[in-house]
Design a protein around this ligand. Structure first.
Ligand code: ADP
Ligand code: ZN
Length: 293
């Protein structure tokens, strides 16, 4: 049986066909321009494929509540053309298969706990550190939504003592995304993050903010695993810095088996940047066989 997967990003739409075991059989990428142009191309890709179900993980904010009138919409995004756009409804109108829908970051988390090195973990957080910062959360085996969905990428930050950058989030200035996204690093140092690999101070400050976020997550959700992915996390040295700072921040307050093996607790995404699209395959599988509640 084959499943359709759509990872809907603000820059590109990744469409794929895969199997339940996570194997990707075919994959293509469509630029995200305006819905009138982008959506027909997505439909055209899936229309002649024999898919049993489609899993969609989207940039947001989105409405992930199946009981809501705007379920499956991209809601308050500033991206032109996509504000209050009925993504799932438009796909359903053209493709008559069961569909699963969630946030892009919950999709990546689902990919990691289904197919990645965190396979089988029921309580985990996925943090993507890229153009923005997003978090997917699973608790007790369920992806968390609540009122909307977690937006922990906007945790407010205590400023690093040496950091004078005011922060670039248009809503909160010095929230996590405002201080630690790829573009925030670029603005602070007036150079793209990728070109700053050899400047230790850059990563010291970056890890300082990401460790604060991890500390808050640990105290709130008690996750068994924190997975970090996204472009900025390609700087692998960040992992050890974050682990050290989280241990320092916790200051012995919590003592668990997981926290005593920080190298296995705070980990990189493990699926070569396919965690998102593989998570969409799992969303499709689950749409066909809804999990028992
Ligand atoms: P997006 O968030 O748009 O889906 P990415 O996760 O690739 O895409 O994140 C893009 C951001 O990550 C950019 O701001 C870029 O500066 C940063 N980035 C990409 N590669 C690297 C790298 N090797 N080192 C540090 N930062 C990087
Ligand atoms: Zn913010």
């Amino acid at each position: 049986m084959e499943f359709g997967a759509l990872e809907a990003g603000g820059t590109k739409m990744v469409c794929a066909i895969g199997k339940e075991d996570g194997t990707i059989l075919d994959q293509t990428s469509i630029p995200t321009t305006v819905p009138e142009e982008t959506i027909p191309k997505i439909i055209e890709y899936f229309r002649d494929k024999e898919i049993a179900a489609l899993g969609v993980a989207s940039f947001g904010p989105v409405d992930p509540d199946p009981t809501s009138a705007t379920y499956g919409y991209i809601t308050s995004t500033p991206k032109p053309g996509w504000t209050h756009y009925d993504l799932l409804g438009n796909l359903k109108a053209a493709l008559p298969v069961p569909m699963g829908f969630d946030t892009d970051v919950n999709g990546s988390l689902l990919g990691e706990v289904t197919y990645g090195s965190s396979k089988g973990v029921t309580d985990a957080v996925y943090i993507t550190v890229g153009t923005g910062i997003g978090m997917g959360i699973m608790s007790g085996g369920k992806l968390i939504h609540g009122m909307l969905h977690p937006e922990a990428g906007h945790y407010m930050m205590i400023r690093h003592p040496k950091d004078t950058f005011e922060g670039r989030c248009p809503f909160h200035k010095n929230c996590l995304e405002g201080m630690a996204s790829g573009p925030a690093i670029g603005d602070r140092w007036e150079k793209p993050a990728k070109e700053l690999a050899d400047n230790d101070e850059v990563w010291e400050i970056e890890a300082y903010y990401l460790a604060q976020a991890c500390m808050n997550l640990i105290l709130t959700l008690s996750p068994k695993k924190i997975i970090l992915g996204g472009g900025v996390m390609h700087q692998m040295k960040l992992f050890e810095l974050i682990r050290q700072k989280v241990t320092e921040n916790l200051n012995g307050y919590l003592q668990t088996r997981e926290l005593s093996h920080m190298d296995r607790y705070i980990v990189p995404a493990s699926l070569n940047d396919d965690q998102g699209i593989m998570g969409c395959i799992k969303l499709a599988v689950d749409a066909l066989e809804p999990a028992e509640v």
